[in-house]
Design a binder for this molecule. Structure first.
Ligand code: RIB
Length: 309
């Protein structure tokens, strides 16, 4: 019997990413010379949609782009990567979102983002995609769009029996009634604290905060910890999933590779723990190349890293 193609709805952002690299980050008032300037597609929702499609999922992307040249970059990308655009809206009311990204010599980044047209993506847009959500195994959303829009995506996923994943990035405080609609939440350590209304640098045990999320009704928390891999927390306990040693070139988009891959494997019916291992491998691979879209790995690369072949 032929296996069914995994179906994923991503409700999220597209931005044009303007990236350059410097030896170090500038201090206030300083001008630094940089290099490697690149203008290309970005946005957490868009990156995650491309990652899942690249692995073989049927992906529909619910998003709002401007009717401008930057929006055209997104439209071309979805054609090239076979991401479904039935629910992608173009608007004249706002410019396409933009992100300024500065990389340092170690591949770490600073990002400042103007959401632009992403801020017009509304709960009604999500309602319009109800039939698609009904037909999805997984619904994945992030926070570069209005919170009420992400919340509606999680609610509809719950109603329609799809697995709902919230990648709470960029970090913001999310009320418990919204968190409780998420089957899976995937913060990094700073996002975890902010999500729960704590200070970003508060010294508090991460496992304890993950357990707080579980008490609020989240079924599974997957904490991403950079070089320390990921931690899966459920009501039954926790499990650490180590990462892989790779040469870091650019960490931008590693979280997107992780989330898109996690969504793909869960939508394929793979159990949580092996799905997280694949996602950790994808996140590591995404750090090995410059840029986001060129660095999102293919299935063969993930499998090679996992098997050490
Ligand atoms: O997660 C990385 C992404 O965050 C970049 O593509 C940038 O555009 C921002 O949205």
């Amino acid at each position: 019997m032929l296996e069914q193609q995994p179906r994923i709805t991503v409700v999220g952002s597209f931005v044009a990413g303007l990236t350059l690299r410097a030896e170090r980050f500038p201090v206030q008032g300083e001008t630094l010379l940089g290099r490697d300037f690149d203008l290309g597609p970005g946005g957490k929702g868009s990156n995650q949609a491309v990652q899942a499609a690249r692995l073989g999922a049927h992906v529909e992307f619910v998003a709002c782009l401007g009717q401008d040249d930057f929006g055209a970059i997104g439209a071309k990308l979805y054609g090239d990567e076979t991401v479904g655009t039935t629910h992608l809206r173009r608007t004249n009311e706002r410019n396409t979102g933009v992100a300024f990204i500065v990389l340092d010599a170690r591949g770490d980044n600073f990002i400042v983002l103007d959401p632009g047209a992403n801020s017009l993506l509304s709960p009604q847009d999500v309602e319009g995609a109800r039939a698609t959500i009904q037909n999805s195994h997984v619904v994945l959303t992030q926070l570069e769009i209005p919170l009420e829009t992400a919340a509606r995506a999680l609610q509809l996923a719950r109603q329609e029996n799809a697995i709902s994943i919230l990648n709470p990035a960029p970090a913001r405080h999310v009320p418990p009634e919204i968190l409780s609609c998420a089957d899976i939440v995937t913060p990094n350590e700073t996002e975890l604290r902010i999500l729960l209304g704590r200070a970003p640098d508060e010294q508090v045990d991460a496992l304890h905060l993950c357990e707080e999320l579980i008490k609020l009704g989240v079924l599974r928390v997957i904490l991403t910890r950079g070089a320390r891999g990921a931690m899966i927390v459920t009501k039954d306990g926790y499990l650490n999933v180590p990462t892989f040693e790779v040469e870091i070139v650019d960490t931008t988009g590693a979280g997107d590779a992780f989330n898109g891959t996690l969504a793909y494997y869960l939508a394929s019916g793979v159990p949580l723990e092996p799905a997280v291992r694949c996602a950790v491998a994808a996140g590591a691979l995404a750090c090995t190349k410059l840029g986001v879209i060129p660095a999102l790995p293919r299935k063969s690369e993930i499998e090679r890293l996992l098997t050490g072949s």
